[in-house]
Design a protein around this ligand. Structure first.
Ligand SMILES: NC(=O)c1ccc[n+]([C@@H]2O[C@H](COP(=O)([O-])OP(=O)(O)OC[C@H]3O[C@@H](n4cnc5c(N)ncnc54)[C@H](O)[C@@H]3O)[C@@H](O)[C@H]2O)c1
Length: 265
């Protein structure tokens, strides 16, 4: 039996990953703080779906999730630390509690997943994979979403450090960094502050028009997992050019380029 645990599974990418895991014959533990949406996604999947209402910012809740998964199935093969939130606005105007919420969900949420699951996975001494969701935005910072860019950069760094530590310990746990490009989801659900209204509108319609369907996206993710990839970048068209250009500007000590910002393209 293969068991996948997925946080942020009640919507968008997480729900797509949960459906794809089930299609591939896995038992799926779906975790999310949104109880109603979680039940609905789990009901759509059927008997191999096991919804557990969990707030990833609450270590005790994530620890209880790990206990439940190991007690029920005896093992966890795939852990997707996927829950994440967006915050838009001018960096100095975004309220401190919004900044803090971004760190709490996007970074501490993943840390809580690691604290709860890694010791159990090490003790089990079986092959497993941890997949942390960052973003293309974790490599390419954007104006008007600084809390998102900063926390996703942190996820990229944390995940690489984790992979090194597990290698040092000769653990059987593998690690992947997932960097989605645009995928249809509700990530821009919060109304924007005035300074980011236009940006928010552009991003919302870009996701609706050009975003990949979550299930098609999830299919690419599981194929990459089967290939054993560390860098899971399912939409290279949203990554390669920008990443190369940014890396070059740093190597040449040039100022950053901000696409879409007048006088800077
Ligand atoms: N959709 C995209 O285009 C895109 C691009 C790059 C990265 N991502 C990343 O993908 C991940 C999933 O985002 P999505 O686009 O599916 O967004 P989404 O908002 O549709 O889904 C995120 C889910 O996370 C849950 N969640 C939020 N805070 C939580 C908490 N404290 N505890 C438990 N669950 C919580 C929400 O309830 C929601 O169900 C995020 O990490 C996001 O940053 C998304």
């Amino acid at each position: 039996m293969t068991v996948a645990v997925i946080t942020g599974a009640a919507s968008g990418i997480g729900a797509g990953l949960a459906r794809e895991a089930a299609r591939r014959g896995m038992q799926v533990v779906l975790a999310d703080r949104d109880a109603i949406a979680l039940e609905s996604v789990a009901a759509g999947i059927g008997t191999c779906a096991h919804p557990v209402v969990t707030d990833v910012t609450d270590y005790a809740a994530v620890d209880a999730l790990a206990t439940l998964a190991f007690d029920r199935f005896g093992a966890v093969d795939l852990l997707f630390n996927n829950a994440g939130v967006m915050a838009t606005g001018l960096s100095w105007e975004i309220p401190a509690d919004k900044w803090a919420a971004s760190w709490k969900v996007n970074v501490d949420g993943i840390l809580n997943g690691l604290r709860a699951f890694v010791p159990r996975l090490i003790a089990a001494n079986c092959p497993a994979r941890i997949i942390n969701t960052a973003s293309v935005g974790g490599f390419l910072p954007s104006p008007l979403m600084a809390p998102y860019s900063a926390t996703k950069f942190a996820v990229v760094a944390l995940t690489e450090a984790l992979a090194g530590e597990l290698k040092m310990l000769r653990s059987k746990i593998e690690v992947s960094l997932l960097a989605p490009g645009p995928v249809k989801s509700d990530i821009f659900r919060d109304p924007p502050p005035q300074a980011a209204e236009q940006f928010h509108g552009v991003m919302t319609s870009m996701l609706a028009q050009n975003g990949l369907e979550p299930d098609a996206f999830a299919n690419r993710v599981f194929d990459a997992i089967e290939r054993g990839e560390y860098w899971i970048i399912p939409q290279p068209e949203a990554f390669d050019q920008g990443f190369t250009a940014r890396t070059e500007t740093i190597a040449k000590r040039q100022a950053p380029i901000f696409y879409g910002v007048e006088g800077n393209e």
